[in-house]
Design a binder for this molecule. Structure first.
Ligand code: ZN
Ligand code: ZN
Length: 301
């Protein structure tokens, strides 16, 4: 099926440089794919890391978006046309061992929108697999819907901590993802301390039931769970520093280059280090529909 257009504007990343390009190529919508017209896109720390060389990505970046379905593949429900949607950033194959176990975000052949082997959303149009779509109801507007992907990533931490017994939490980093993590973690109803660097970050967290502290106030043996969302190796080191013995360190950062951290404490104090990436879109959508919108309101632009 030919597209309606003979080209589109894109933001193209090559050798750490972002340029506005006009891509004149005509393409076909695959039988199991849909063509999306991007309505709104968000920029996150991962995008900034990509610009600095993370994942060695050349192409159109961007993975946080809300869009409208404008074309459907031959095996896709044509009623999707015109619907407002978001898409999971992991485009899975459906055939590998991980997909068979329904661990789609860890598909062995996965392509990742705007990060790995897949065009991103900083463009007018984007093609994705239809089975990775989530329809957005009218109760969630575009400015809220662009938060679904990072909110899902924040919720992944809750999933991963479900089987752990912990009393309190420290979040290090209050950038955009950190702000969302804070809003999700307060719902766990355990004391939450957030390490903030900037006055504006602190301001966005005021009125929430949590404590904000400076980095200099972080001491040893402070918490059972420490989350690094700084994107900096120093954030991970600080998280390990703050943990009590047998604590859990959640790594929610992507670092542009290999990092050096003293891991000996993990052995001595039996600390668990958990990597945490993508999370459940459906839970994020449900949370927005059930009132989290109020909490993210100050984060909207
Ligand atoms: Zn992101
Ligand atoms: Zn797969």
């Amino acid at each position: 099926m030919l597209l309606h257009f003979v080209g589109m504007k894109t933001l193209y990343l090559q050798h750490h440089k972002l340029t506005l390009r006009f891509d004149p190529a005509l393409s076909c919508v695959g039988h199991d794919e849909v063509l999306l017209k991007i309505r709104l896109a968000g920029i996150c720390g991962t995008d900034l890391a990509l610009f600095n060389g993370y994942a060695n990505f050349n192409g159109v970046p961007g993975h946080e978006f809300v869009a409208e379905v404008v074309e459907t593949g031959s095996e896709v429900d044509a009623n999707l046309k015109g619907r407002r949607v978001v898409a999971e950033i992991n485009q899975w194959c459906g055939e590998c061992d991980q997909c068979a176990r329904k661990h789609y975000s860890h598909c062995l052949n996965r392509r990742v929108i705007g990060i790995r082997d897949h065009q991103g959303c900083f463009a007018e149009y984007l093609m994705v697999k239809a089975n990775t779509l989530h329809i957005i109801s009218d109760s969630i507007d575009d400015r809220q819907a662009v938060f679904i992907e990072p909110l899902a990533a924040a919720l992944r931490i809750v999933e991963q901590l479900q089987s752990h017994d912990y009393r309190d939490i420290m979040l290090i980093g209050a950038g955009r993802l950190g702000q969302l993590i804070a809003r999700v973690m307060i719902l766990q109803e355990k004391p939450l301390t957030v390490v903030v660097r900037h006055a504006q970050q602190r301001q966005l967290l005021q009125r929430l039931p949590l404590d904000c502290i400076d980095e200099s106030a972080v001491e040893v043996n402070m918490v059972d769970v420490a989350i690094d969302a700084t994107g900096q190796p120093s954030g991970l080191a600080l998280a390990l520093h703050a943990l009590r013995p047998q604590g859990v360190c959640v790594m929610k950062s992507s670092y542009p280059a290999p990092i050096t951290v003293d891991l000996t404490r993990l052995m001595i104090d039996e600390i668990e280090l958990i990597g945490s990436r993508c999370g459940p879109f459906s839970s994020a959508i449900e949370m927005l529909e059930n009132g989290l919108k109020v909490l993210i309101k100050p984060l909207e632009f």
